[in-house]
Design a protein around this ligand. Structure first.
Ligand code: DGL
Length: 263
């Protein structure tokens, strides 16, 4: 049983990648939908909420905890690792390693929430892999509501917003060849971000999806289970208002029964 928590529905992209990469796994997913977004909140608040979410899942006996939220990974991972008796994995380190391995120019871009960018967590994680690499992080707060509204694919307004953010990033780091999607919601916008990045930078930009990177890391950290069968999801939220409407878009299939809980 693996516990996965996020500030809301976005972490279902991580749950989806985990359920595909780790057959037979039972995922206990907690989305703190009553308090989303974490991306605009202070470090202390994000750390406090993250502890409450982690306690909810450890009380249910999970053997590993995955912090799916980039902002929570940026602000609370070290504390959770120190305080919990089980392995705790965040999304930043696997994404940083994948980005460091992929770059040829030595210049990496990162897009994420305000909190993730302010924390400088990606700069630290990429610097720990290779201090010679350059990292430019850029906050793209409007991409979270766009993904939740389903304004993805070829939506012209989403395209305009992505273009503006990537032009700002290009003005700061014209030589980057790798871009980390450092937020749970961005995999939904991946085709659009990839297309516009190629236009703006004038060459294909390698996109690193932190959901795929953490799924590979979890797979490596676990013993393989032969004939494990299908994975299962048990989904908990702290507010149920929009989960039925948007949860499936993030998970890629039905969530089954969703239980509302108090932390
Ligand atoms: N889950 C958050 C992240 O990956 C995005 C949504 C929020 O701001 O809470 O940083």
């Amino acid at each position: 049983m693996i516990g996965v928590f996020d500030s809301g529905v976005g972490g279902l992209t991580v749950a989806r990648a985990l359920s595909e990469a780790v057959p037979g796994v039972t995922l206990l997913y907690l989305g703190d939908t009553a308090r989303v977004p974490y991306g605009s909140k202070s470090a202390d608040t994000v750390a406090r909420y993250s502890r409450m979410a982690a306690r909810f899942l450890t009380d249910r006996g999970v053997e590993m905890l995955v912090v799916a939220c980039n902002t929570a990974s940026a602000y609370a991972l070290e504390a959770l690792k120190a305080e919990l008796p089980i392995p705790v994995l965040g999304v930043i380190e696997p994404g940083a390693r994948a980005a460091a391995a992929a770059t040829r120019s030595g210049q990496i871009g990162v897009i994420g929430t305000l909190g993730t960018v302010r924390s400088r967590a990606y700069e630290r994680a990429i610097g720990a892999v290779n201090p010679a690499l350059g990292v430019t992080a850029h906050a793209c707060p409007l991409l979270v509501p766009l993904a939740e509204e389903g304004w993805i694919g070829d939506d012209p307004i989403a395209a305009q917003v992505v273009r503006r953010y990537l032009e700002e990033l290009r003005a700061r780091a014209a030589d980057l060849d790798v871009l980390v999607l450092g937020c749970t919601h961005y995999p939904l916008l991946r085709p659009l971000i990839g297309r516009i990045a190629a236009e703006i930078f004038g060459r294909p930009i390698t996109l690193i999806d932190s959901a795929d990177a953490i799924a590979t890391a979890v797979k490596q950290a676990r013993r393989p289970t032969p004939d494990a069968g299908a994975s299962r999801l048990q989904c908990y939220v702290t507010d149920e208002a929009r989960i039925g409407e948007i949860g499936e878009r993030f998970f890629g299939r039905s969530l089954g029964t969703v239980e509302r809980v108090d932390l």
